[in-house]
Design a protein around this ligand. Structure first.
Ligand code: ASP
Ligand code: MG
Length: 422
């Protein structure tokens, strides 16, 4: 049995959906769980709906939603020529829930509004894929993941309630398999005990797949992507990338932790805990092998320099006002503030009376943190920076990525170097 995850790019239009069906057909007879995320850039588009809704621009929110609807309907029309296909009414109903919410106006809880609306993308994508699979004789059962993946009500970052999730996933999935079908459901979403929708964090569908793989003790999990596997850098940012055929969980979690976008960072732990291999393969060239992430690297593996580039970084420098040392007391105070504002530090360093942290520059989220820090410290900001991380660095790789750049901060261990550059 296998868990497959198809991301937004793999279902971005009618041709892409047909291709996904073709791939699934190649595994007919196997016990499959197929996790699908929202089509193309739908989640970004829905975020704009949320923002308009939250700012009480109801008409604008409805117009933005109508554009999303047109886009989905035109994909369905291309896939399913029968105008009486039940999927049309199903999609109308799914849209209506959000349309009604927009009409009602927003509560003051942004995260709550976000999750109730943004979740639409995954619901639509899976309803469309399920309907299409039926027309090409792939027997699938659509499941509402919000009844299977239980979370607390930390909106936009739902924390999985493992006890109930571990009970409900196997029951539902085994029933589907017994009926000879494949199980098809949404990534990224969860449900609270009160029946509200949560999301697991942007790009969280990989994590959903890993949760299913863990709980079902799957033989493997495959993420189908538009790249041939895990590369040593993002090909959009770095030239001459190479594919890494085998990675260990440890190497993979380090890469994702530093910001490599190949898979969601939370994906590795549930797989590692049960020793489930992760395959990253191309949906464009499904016959090629891709990358496998497993417990150990084969003996004598020499990994290439792995480069992770994060742009739009902010360097926050915090100074004590009274020349007191930046020792445990001040540091724990500062870290507590970061934690309380849920701001992740990408790199930190401290000196006698100062502390520096490189963080993602997300103005909406960091303003409150900066204000809180300013109550007790003097705070300086440097914007527009890039964080470069190189694992297994070589002199050549260092030279290539720092040439002509000003290095504001750097940190080096035996295997990894990180530099904040302008
Ligand atoms: N559709 C969601 C997003 O774009 C989840 C995912 O793609 O994994 O963030
Ligand atoms: Mg996506």
């Amino acid at each position: 049995m296998q868990v497959f995850k198809f991301g937004g790019a793999s279902v971005k239009n009618a041709a892409a959906v047909r291709n996904v069906a073709q791939i699934i057909k190649g595994f007919s007879g196997e016990k499959l769980v197929v996790i699908v995320s929202a089509m193309g850039k739908t989640t970004n588009a829905l975020e704009e709906v949320v923002n308009a809704h939250y700012q009480k621009n109801t008409q604008q929110a409805l117009d933005l939603l109508a554009a999303i609807k047109n886009n989905h309907i035109s994909i369905v029309q291309e896939l399913m020529t029968d105008a009486n296909n039940a999927v049309y009414e199903q999609l109308n109903q799914t849209f209506r829930v959000v349309e009604d919410r927009l009409q009602q106006g927003a509560t003051s809880n942004y995260g709550f509004e976000y999750d109730q609306i943004v979740s639409l993308g995954e619901l639509l994508a899976t309803q469309i894929v399920a309907a299409y699979l039926n027309t090409v004789d792939i027997a699938s059962q659509w499941l509402d993941v919000r009844h299977l993946v239980h979370t607390d009500n930390t909106y936009r970052e739902g924390q999985i309630q493992w006890k109930t999730t571990e009970k409900d996933i196997p029951t539902a999935i085994h029933a589907v398999w017994e009926s000879g079908k494949i199980a098809l459901t949404q990534g990224f979403l969860g449900g609270t005990p009160e029946g509200f929708t949560t999301t697991l964090g942007r790009e969280g569908s990989d994590y959903t797949a890993a949760v299913f793989a863990n709980i079902l003790e799957s033989q493997g999990m495959t993420v189908w992507k538009d790249v041939p596997g895990i590369l040593n850098a993002d090909p959009r940012l770095v030239e001459n990338t190479v594919k890494i055929p085998v990675l260990s969980y440890y190497e993979a979690i380090e890469m994702t932790y530093y910001g490599a976008h190949v898979i969601h960072p939370k994906t590795i732990k549930p797989l590692q805990n049960k020793g489930i291999p992760l395959y990253v393969r191309s949906f464009v060239k499904p016959d090629e092998v891709g990358t496998v992430v497993q417990t150990e690297l084969p003996a004598n593996t020499q990994l290439p320099p792995v480069v992770v580039i994060k742009s739009n970084q902010l360097l926050v420098s915090v100074f004590s006002n009274d020349f007191s040392f930046m020792a445990e007391e001040n540091l724990s105070d500062i870290y507590e503030l970061f934690a309380a504002h849920r701001i992740k530090t990408n790199l930190t360093q401290n000196a006698a009376i100062s502390f520096s942290a490189c963080i993602d520059n997300t103005p909406m989220r960091i303003e409150a943190l900066l204000e809180a820090l300013e109550e007790d410290y003097t705070v300086y900001k440097n914007e527009g920076l890039t964080l470069i991380t190189i694992r297994h660095y070589t002199p050549e790789a260092l030279e290539q990525h720092t040439e002509g750049r000003e290095i504001l901060l750097s940190q080096k261990s035996r295997h990894t170097i990180q530099m904040v550059v302008r």
